[in-house]
Design a protein around this ligand. Structure first.
Ligand code: FES
Length: 159
């Protein structure tokens, strides 16, 4: 190697710390592509691990007119679940799913005794839906009810 092949950079030709060299630019592009690729790969995993849970939405459904409700109750389906609107002894209204909390049989409202009776294993619930005898482990599911004008509506599960 002779002296003519050697290149000597002046101070102006040497890359400074702020100068974008081809190597730095390619490294930046590679890092950016890697980050985008990892993000695209990880996003579904993160969504699976931390799902966005929307509160269940229940429709507001007119069940009956006030004048229609008697102590004998009014059967209706709510979200395809057999249900009943009843008038309590204090003349207020309540609506329940008729699905027994034991093994899922359909309970019957006995207006004379003010109880729900399950024909399968003899479970009984009082007019508030509370399990009072037999094998059912918990109360009937109660719905939120509201009165607007002359109509009674059901909208979702009461807490
Ligand atoms: S299913 Fe109702 S008491 Fe068993």
């Amino acid at each position: 190697m002779n002296e003519a092949d050697k290149t000597v950079m002046t101070e102006e030709e040497k890359p400074s710390g702020m100068e974008v060299t081809r190597r730095r630019f390619l490294s930046f592009l590679f890092g950016l592509a890697t980050a985008i690729g990892l993000g695209a790969f990880m996003a579904p995993l993160v969504r699976y691990a931390y799902p966005v849970i929307k509160p269940e939405e229940y429709p507001k459904v007119k069940v009956a007119n006030l004048s229609d409700v008697t102590s004998t109750g009014i059967r209706f389906d709510y979200q395809d679940v057999p249900s009943e609107l009843i008038q309590l002894k204090d003349k207020s209204f309540a609506a329940y799913s008729l699905v027994c909390t034991h093994l899922g049989c359909i309970v019957k409202w006995e207006a004379n005794n003010h109880i729900f009776h399950c024909p399968c294993h003899g479970g009984k619930f009082d007019e508030t839906g509370k399990n009072i005898s037999g094998p059912p482990p918990k109360p009937l599911t109660k719905y939120k009810t509201s009165i607007q004008g002359n109509a009674i509506y059901v909208e979702g599960i009461a807490s």
